[in-house]
Design a protein around this ligand. Structure first.
Ligand code: PMP
Length: 401
C-alpha cells in the first residue's frame, strides 16, 4: 500500500533466496542444506562467558560506551596481529577498519567504489549477498567462470583486454580466493600472484573477501592476496563470524589509508560505530588465544562433516553430476545434468524434506540453472546423510520425467 512512497533505490533491492527459503522450512520436517550457519558446537561459550564477566567488571566504562568510528584502537592493534596469521604484514592500525560483520564492509566498499555503469568483475558463481549489494550500484558485470583453482585467469585476462580495447576501464574484481562461497574453490599461490599482476597491469582494484581464510582444513591455507600486495591495490575483508561467533556481528577491513578515510565518513552516516561490547569481547578472545586455540577444533568438525557429505553425494547422486571437493569453508557446490533446473526442482525437494539453495542466484546473470549449493557446517552428520539421500532421490526422479 505504501510502496508509492519508497525511493527508486528500493527497486534494486533483491530478496535473498536463502532467507526466503529458511522461512519456507520453518516448523517443518525439512533438513536444510540451504543455510550457511556455523555449527554452535564451535562457539567457545565458556571462554566467552568468562571474558564478558571480566570486561563488565574491569572495563564497563568503555565497553558499554560509544566508541570511535574506525574501531577501538587496541582492538585494531589486535587485528593487525590476527591479519598476520593470513600472511599480511607491513600494516598498522591505520590500515584497519572495524565493521558490523564483513557484510557491512562489502556494503560500504561497493558504495564508495562503484558508480552506475562501472565495469566490475565477479566470479561465476560468487557470494550472493555481495552480488545483491553490487546490483544496487547498477554496474556492468563481467562474470568469470571458476575452475578448481578459482577464477579462470585466462578468461579474465581475455575479458579485460577486450574491455580495454573497447576503451573501457575496469574498476575492480570481487574475489573470494579461499574456500569460496559457494563454489568451494581455492586459488593457489601462483594464481594469486598472477591475478595481482593482471590487476596491476590494467590498474584495477582487488576486493578480497577472506571469510574462510582461517577455515582451511586440508593442506595449507595460501596467504591472502593482500599479503602479496605492494601497491595498496587490494582491499581485504575478514570476519569473526566463522572463527568466533556470527552473533557478535564483527568484521574488519585491511586497506590503504585513503580507503579507510572514506569508510570512516560513510560509516558515520550508517551507524556511527560498531558495537563497543562486541569489539571488547573479540579483542580479549584474540589476546587470550581463544580464537587461535579453537581453530583446530572448528577445522576438525568441518572436515568430518565435509567428508560425510561427500561420501553421501558419491553414493546417492547420479553419476553424471559433478561437485566440488572443498578443502575448507562450509559448502559443496554441485553441477547437475543440464536438463535439471534446480529452482524448479526445489519445491519437489521440499516435499521430500530437504532444502538447498538453487545456484542461479550466485551468478550475476542468473545462469547456472543446473547448479546448487549445499551446506555441511550446520546439519548433524545424520541429517547430512539423510538430506543428501532425499536430494539424490529427488534428482533421479527429475531426470526420469
Ligand atoms: N563473505 C562471504 C563469502 C560469506 O560467506 C559471508 C557469510 N555467509 C560473508 C561475507 C558475510 O559474513 P558476516 O557479515 O557474518 O561477516
Amino acid at each position: 500500500m505504501l510502496e508509492k512512497f519508497f525511493s527508486k533505490e528500493t527497486s534494486y533491492l533483491r530478496t535473498s533466496e536463502i532467507r526466503d527459503l529458511l522461512k519456507l522450512t520453518e516448523g517443518r520436517d525439512v533438513i536444510s542444506l540451504a543455510g550457511g550457519l556455523p555449527d554452535p558446537q564451535t562457539f567457545p561459550v565458556e571462554e566467552i562467558k568468562k571474558i564478558v564477566n571480566d570486561i563488565l567488571t574491569n572495563y564497563y566504562d568503555r565497553a558499554l560506551q560509544y566508541s570511535t568510528t574506525a574501531g577501538i584502537f587496541e582492538f585494531r592493534k589486535e587485528l593487525v596481529n590476527l591479519s598476520r596469521l593470513r600472511g599480511i604484514s607491513n600494516i598498522s592500525e591505520k590500515n584497519i577498519f572495524v565493521t558490523v560483520g564483513s557484510q557491512e564492509a562489502l556494503f560500504m566498499l561497493f558504495n564508495i567504489l562503484v558508480d552506475p555503469g562501472d565495469e566490475v568483475i565477479v566470479e561465476a558463481p560468487t557470494y550472493l549477498a555481495a552480488l545483491n549489494v553490487m546490483r544496487t550500484r547498477r554496474p556492468n558485470f563481467n562474470s568469470i567462470n571458476v575452475n578448481d583453482n578459482g577464477p579462470d585467469l585466462d578468461e579474465l585476462e581475455k575479458k579485460v583486454r577486450e574491455k580495454v580495447s573497447d576503451g573501457k576501464k575496469i574498476k575492480l574484481i570481487y574475489v573470494i580466493p579461499t574456500a569460496q562461497n559457494p563454489a568451494g574453490t581455492t586459488m593457489n599461490l601462483d594464481n594469486r600472484k598472477r591475478l595481482l599482476e593482471i590487476a596491476s597491469k590494467y590498474d584495477f582494484l582487488v576486493v578480497e573477501d577472506d571469510a574462510y581464510g582461517f577455515l582451511v582444513f586440508e593442506g595449507d591455507s595460501p596467504p591472502a592476496i593482500k599479503a602479496l600486495d605492494k601497491e595498496g591495490r587490494v582491499i581485504y575483508t575478514g570476519t569473526f563470524s566463522k572463527i568466533l561467533t556470527p552473533g557478535l556481528r564483527l568484521g574488519w577491513v585491511v586497506a590503504h589509508e585513503d580507503v579507510i578515510r572514506e569508510l570512516e565518513l560513510y560509516k558515520q552516516n550508517i551507524d556511527l560505530h560498531t558495537p563497543s561490547l562486541s569489539q571488547f569481547i573479540a579483542m580479549e578472545a584474540i589476546r587470550r588465544g581463544v580464537i587461535q586455540n579453537n581453530l583446530p577444533k572448528i577445522r576438525r568438525i568441518y572436515k568430518e562433516k565435509r567428508n560425510v557429505m561427500l561420501e553421501a553425494i558419491q553414493e546417492y547422486f547420479p553419476k553424471d553430476a559433478r561437485w566440488s571437493k572443498p578443502i575448507g569453508g562450509m559448502f559443496v557446490f554441485a553441477w547437475l545434468p543440464e536438463k535439471i533446473d534446480t529452482t524448479k526442482m526445489l519445491e519437489k525437494a521440499l516435499q521430500k524434506g530437504v532444502a538447498y539453495v538453487p545456484g542461479s542466484s550466485f551468478y550475476a546473470d542468473y545462469s547456472g540453472k543446473n547448479t546448487m549449493r549445499l551446506n555441511f557446517s550446520y546439519p548433524s552428520k545424520e541429517q547430512l546423510v539423510e538430506g543428501i539421500k532425499r536430494l539424490g532421490e529427488t534428482i533421479k526422479q527429475e531426470l526420469n520425467v
